[in-house]
Design a protein around this ligand. Structure first.
Ligand code: DAH
Length: 337
């Protein structure tokens, strides 16, 4: 019976089209079922043999067979075509690439890189020491005896009575001198800690660069020459500077170096406390007591040392007015450098 054939052909068609996902196969199926001499049209020509009274009913069935096969065919075809265009997209070389966001160096690292490169150019090597330091290296060997009031200059995070978080990078001088005989010429950058109230001007953690040069006949004039050469390269040739006498237990004589206030250009303002000058570093000739602690002959050798805060240098160079902003990871700040 024709009705049975209709059902058989539809289920055969379903089996044939199931899982097909290439257009060539699909075209074979179209020819088999939907072409002029295909199976579906073939059934139409068999209508003649159907008894007259059944023709409307069977005709309807045939029409809906053709409709179903065509619909199913079209939907599979558009599915295959859309897959094809989406894989083609992966290879569309004209599409813009997806943006890769690159990080950049933190402004402190950039500043330190610049300082290092200037001092390397002046013949200094670079050493680093640990942040957890002995009381001996941080204070005693630097001529701060126990209970000496100069220890009050640096509020300290003690780990136990013998160990602490270093309050400055000067203990690395001790380590370098213990490890090497003169001549030594080195800078020593690193992170330091102070138990201070956090404010726009001070933080419990910051960075310093220490400098040391020991040899025979090293003079204060060389110290000045080196620091002035550094400051000119770092801040610009037109920079004005001065050295002021100061005190540090590990240097004698000691000095601080000031540069013209960048804000008021020396006229006097709030930043420079009306003086027209900003301090950028401490320095001096290494105290003979320090040489004794590391076993250097203080009759034979002289040396100079200096130390500067990296945050402070950036504050002066870029006009940053709050030290805390360095550590807040605020992209609006970081992206400016
Ligand atoms: N260590 C000192 C400080 O943290 C800075 C300093 C001053 C370092 C004079 C030196 C120096 O090497 O000679 O305040």
């Amino acid at each position: 019976m024709l009705e049975d054939k209709i059902n058989r052909i539809y289920s055969e068609f379903e089996k044939d089209i199931d899982g097909v996902n290439d257009l060539k196969k699909l075209e074979e199926i179209r020819i088999k079922y939907l072409s002029r001499s295909g199976l579906v049209n073939g059934l139409f020509s068999e209508l003649k043999s159907v008894p007259k009274e059944n023709i409307p009913f069977v005709g309807k069935q045939l029409n809906s067979l053709r409709q179903n096969v065509t619909d199913r065919f079209n939907s599979i075809k558009s599915e295959i075509e859309s897959q094809k265009t989406s894989t083609d997209k992966d290879f569309d070389l004209t599409l813009p690439g997806s943006e890769i966001r690159l990080g950049s160096k933190h402004v402190l690292t950039q500043t330190l890189d610049q300082i290092k490169s200037i001092f390397k150019g002046l013949g200094f090597s670079v050493f680093e020491g640990p942040e957890l330091e002995s009381d001996y290296n941080n204070f005693e060997a630097l001529n701060f005896p126990a209970d000496h009031p100069a220890r009050d200059m640096q509020d300290t995070f003690f780990i136990n009575p013998k160990f602490l978080l270093r309050t400055h990078t000067s203990p690395v001088q001790i380590r370098v001198m213990q490890a090497y005989q003169p001549p030594v010429r080195a800078i020593m950058p690193g992170r330091v800690y102070r138990n201070e109230a956090v404010s726009s001007r001070s933080y419990c953690m910051f960075h310093q660069v220490e400098g040391l040069f020991v040899d025979t006949d090293v003079t204060f004039a060389e110290l000045k020459g080196t620091l002035v050469a550094f400051a000119h390269q770092f801040y610009g040739e037109e920079l004005k500077y001065r050295f002021r006498p100061s005190f540090f237990p590990f240097t004698e004589p000691s000095a601080e170096m000031d540069i013209t206030c960048f804000l008021c250009k020396g006229k006097g303002c709030k930043l420079c406390k009306q003086s027209g000058w900003l301090e950028i570093l401490g320095c001096g000739m290494v105290d003979p007591n320090v040489f004794q602690h590391v076993g250097y002959d203080s009759e034979k050798y002289t040396g100079y040392a200096f130390g500067m805060g990296i945050e402070r240098i950036g504050l002066l160079k870029y006009g940053i007015d709050d030290i805390r902003i360095y550590f807040e990871n605020d992209l609006r700040f970081l992206k400016q450098f």
